[in-house]
Design a protein around this ligand. Sequence first.
Ligand SMILES: Nc1cc(-c2ccc3ccn(Cc4ccccc4)c3c2)n[nH]1
Length: 246
Amino acid sequence: MRLDVVSIFPEYLAALDVSLVGKAAKSGLLDVHLHDLRDWTHDRHRTVDDTPYGGGAGMVMKPEPWGQALDALAPADGPTQPRLIVPTPAGRPFTQELAYELAAEPWLAFACGRYEGIDARVASYAAERMRVDEVSIGDYVLNGGEVAVLVMVEAVARLLPGVIGNPESLAEESHSGDGLLEYPVYTKPPAWRGYDVPEVLLSGNHGLIAEWRHEQSVRRTAERRPDLLAAWGDVLSDQDGAEGVR
Ligand SMILES: Nc1cc(-c2ccc3ccn(Cc4ccccc4)c3c2)n[nH]1
């Protein structure tokens, strides 16, 4: 997979060279290209922003540098086009499902906005020739898109074949498809500062362990993410009787 990231702070994305994503890049699974948006400005101050039409606080990113950046990275007459991801508080939610979808793409481009965002015409211009997704990583406000790109690239890269050491671990994760949160995990020592590992996990009885883990997942989901339990409601009432999960 090829990844292009455009930002006025490309050094922010240096973290992509570390750990898992860095390993994927070095092993050729990921071909990461970072770009400074100011390379597509031509005035003395390398200006990327201007005041908002209609008034209001803050500044808006000018369309022309972005237009030139997109034309340079993915020429209109090129054989293929990337899928463009634009982080924004006003975007569709980034989910594990979208991460799997993006992991199947051969070429992703990320546009990191700053200030109050990017002139809206840039997404329209890009959509003339590439798929554009405006994506939010959560209902909180960041100062720019770079952190969101780090989040999305990590979530996507770890799904690529060969990146994760043990692909089986992907199946048991929270949000991994059964809609439940992950069960609590433990390792040695069996007793630690007055806390013991649940006996069942030391029993070697894999049926009981699986049952305990599922019950823990359901309990955690009910406590922390009842919104995810909606899909499990009817299943719970059947299997767990009137008790259900308190
Ligand atoms: N999930 C999520 C994404 C962002 C995000 C992404 C890109 C940008 C570019 C500029 N800002 C600052 C901004 C603050 C408020 C209103 C509009 C823009 C951004 C924030 N915040 N939270």
